[in-house]
Each structure stands twice: as structure tokens, then as C-alpha cells.
Design a protein around this ligand. Structure first.
Ligand SMILES: [Fe+2]
Length: 388
């Protein structure tokens, strides 16, 4: 049982459910915006979703613009470019439509409008002095949780590292989670983002962060339960309304949980895979999850048993350790079913890169501090080698 003082924060308002995108104009009006910039990637623009959002807001009679230059694993420069567009156009509200990248770029740019300096000045924890202009986040994937997190993850090209801006001022004012927007996601992205959500829930549930609380536990455990029952269906049949709705809610719950409780070693070890080998975030997490959990098990045996139960495993009569192992096996089976590769070599990672990756991951102390079992550089290297 967690007994210490904890702090819980989330987005200002969360609107969720099939068709909830229709609420967007009411929310934007409620925030008193005069000019709205829609932030997305080229794909969202190409499939007409940016235009659809723009049309929804047309009735408000406010100035509208689209910035569609967000890229996967966005570089710091993209945020600076977005900021220039905001400043030149005098926009006072941002609507981010897309995956984690678009929402993160909007969150990062929003605080630069009201705080001086460049994005580099804010890489780190709690360095943002003032709230930014309001962000309304509309996720189109079910996984990153960015719509409810105080974090923006960006790539620094100079040293090939992923870096984070972490501040409560990054929390979106409104999050609109409409599962209908996720039905066009192809199976491999559904699988990867779904496993990212599972990783958030698992790492939040076993986190030793001071803000991990019974509230985050409840959300995380329920997210694990839902994902283990819905992700296969969402991957197999993207049009399945119930599976998509379940995944959207589970991703949201996992996002709220880890925004407070934090994530741990899986995310820390996944960072170098993204920065050096451009492995998509969800895939990197999914491949590493069972290997890191084998390591973590000893640090949180009874919580692993809880998670095995949440995944529908039968643990009656088993020792705590055997029950915990069932959880790791259940994760492996889920990954295999949805065709997540099982080894780092399948992702293009080379054996020679492992020592450097271990060095890099060991520096992600912000996340490793949440992990229920400590990891030295040698431990990290060993986990990478097992996963290779
Ligand atoms: Fe993640």
C-alpha cells in the first residue's frame, strides 16, 4: 500500500467517447480564442482530418491556420518553426491533432509564446515559469497519452538524444479523445501504440515515484486489464468500434497514471533505440518490455501478481514468484500475437552499439529513479544483450 503524500495532476478537462470531436468548437469558444492554429503532421493533412477540424471551427468566425510540418520523433527545430508561425500569425490557441509528436510539438511551442528564450532553455524538469497559450489535444492514436501528460519529448540532432521538457504548464487545457479517429490506424501502428500504452500502465503500477498513488494504481491496473482484452481485436479488425473505444480509454487511463507516477526502465532503455536507430517509440518499448520486466520482477513481486491477474492469468495455488512470471509470459504472448518483433536484432540494432546504448540509457536518471529495481550500466548492458 502506498501511504506517502502524493500529488495528482491531469489535463484541465477530458472529453472522451465516440464522436466527441464534435465538441471541439464549443471548447475552443469557451477558451475565448480569437485565432486558432491547428498543428498536425502531413499525413493528417493529406487524409483531410486537418480540414475537417478547420471546418468544425469555421462557425466560430475566428482566424484559422494549419501547421502541418510535424515529423515523427520531432526535432527541436520543428518546435522553433512552429513558434515562428504562431508569432507571425498572432495565434492564441493551439489545436493539436495527431499522435504524440504533434501534441508534444504543440505543448512545447505553447510555452515558448509566453516564456522567453529557446526550447533548449526548457529541456529538463520544471524550468518553465509561466503557463503557455492554451492547447486542445485531439489524439488520433491510442497509446502515447500525450494529451494528458506534462511532458514533450523531442530529438536533439546534435547529440542524437531524445530530450524532454517536463512542466505542469505543458498539460493541455482540454483533451478530446474520440476513438473514431483511430479506426484508420494500420494494424502495425495499432499494435505499437497499444503496447506503448501497456508499458505506461505497467511502469506506472510498479513505479516507486512519490506521486505513484492508489489513484494512479487504479487507473494503471484497469488499463492493463482492458488492453489485454482489447488490443488483439483492435489489431485484427481496425473497424471494431468497441475494441477501438476500449483501447482509447485504456490509453487515456494509462496516460493519466504515468503522467503522475512516471515510467521506468523500459522507457529509459527505449530512448537510445529511438535516437540512434529510429525505432518507433511503441515498438522499442514493446520489444524491451518482457526483458526489463524479468529483471524488475524481484523488486515488486506482489504487484507483478496483481498484473498477472489483471491480464486474466490463473494464478491460484501459485507461489508469488510463479504468479509474477505468468505476467511476463502473458506480455510475451500478447506481443507475439500482434506480431511485435521479439528481438533487438529484428529492429536493425547492432551488437556493437550495445555498450554505447547502455551508457546512454544509464543517463536517463529521471526515469530510472522510478524503477522498482536498481540498474547499473552493466545490468542495462546485460538486459540489452538478452534482448538482442
Ligand atoms: Fe511511452
Amino acid at each position: 500500500m502506498r501511504v506517502g503524500i502524493s500529488i495528482f495532476q491531469t489535463a484541465g478537462k477530458i472529453i472522451a467517447g465516440w464522436g466527441s470531436l464534435n465538441q471541439l468548437a464549443v471548447e475552443v469558444k469557451g477558451l475565448g480564442a480569437q485565432s486558432v492554429l491547428i498543428i498536425c503532421d502531413p499525413v493528417i493533412e493529406k487524409i483531410g482530418l486537418a480540414e475537417r477540424v478547420k471546418n468544425q471551427l469555421a462557425s466560430l468566425g475566428v482566424k484559422l491556420g494549419i501547421f502541418s510540418e510535424v515529423e515523427p520523433e520531432p526535432r527541436l527545430q520543428v518546435v522553433e518553426k512552429c513558434l515562428r508561425v504562431i508569432n507571425e500569425g498572432g495565434y492564441d490557441l493551439l489545436v493539436a491533432v495527431g499522435g504524440g509528436s504533434s501534441i508534444d510539438v504543440a505543448k512545447a511551442a505553447s510555452i515558448l509564446v509566453t516564456n522567453s528564450g529557446t526550447i533548449k532553455d526548457y529541456l529538463g524538469v520544471n524550468l518553465v515559469a509561466r503557463p503557455g497559450i492554451p492547447v486542445v489535444a485531439v489524439p488520433t492514436t491510442a497509446g502515447t497519452g500525450s494529451e494528458v501528460t506534462p511532458i514533450a519529448i523531442l530529438s536533439d540532432e546534435e547529440d542524437q538524444l531524445k530530450k524532454g521538457v517536463v512542466s505542469p504548464h505543458l498539460l493541455p487545457r482540454v483533451a478530446i479523445i474520440d476513438p473514431e479517429l483511430t479506426v484508420t490506424m494500420p494494424p502495425h501502428i495499432t499494435a505499437a501504440t497499444g503496447m506503448d500504452a501497456l508499458t505506461h500502465a505497467v511502469e506506472a503500477y510498479i513505479s516507486i515515484n512519490a506521486n505513484a498513488s492508489p489513484v494512479t494504481d487504479a487507473l494503471a491496473l484497469e488499463a492493463i486489464r482492458i488492453i489485454s482484452r482489447s488490443l488483439r481485436t483492435a489489431v485484427a479488425n481496425g473497424q471494431h468500434k468497441e475494441a477501438r473505444s476500449q483501447m482509447a480509454m485504456a490509453s487515456l487511463m494509462a496516460g493519466i497514471a504515468f503522467a503522475n507516477a512516471g515510467v521506468g526502465a523500459v522507457h529509459a532503455l527505449a530512448y537510445p533505440l529511438g535516437a540512434q536507430f529510429h525505432v518507433p517509440h511503441g515498438v522499442a518499448n514493446a520489444v524491451l518490455l518482457p526483458y526489463v520486466m524479468e529483471w524488475n520482477m524481484l523488486g515488486a513481486l506482489s504487484r507483478f501478481k496483481d498484473m498477472a491477474l489483471a491480464m486474466g492469468e490463473k494464478v491460484e495455488g501459485l507461489s508469488e514468484r510463479a504468479a509474477a512470471e505468468r505476467f511476463v509470459e502473458a506480455v510475451r504472448q500478447l506481443s507475439a500475437d500482434i506480431r511485435i518483433p521479439s528481438r533487438l536484432r529484428d529492429l536493425g540494432v547492432t551488437a556493437e552499439a550495445i555498450p554505447g546504448m547502455a551508457e546512454g540509457a544509464s543517463k536517463v536518471t529521471r526515469l530510472l529513479a522510478n524503477n522498482p529495481r536498481q540498474l547499473s550500466v552493466d545490468d542495462i548492458r546485460e538486459i540489452y544483450e538478452r534482448a538482442f
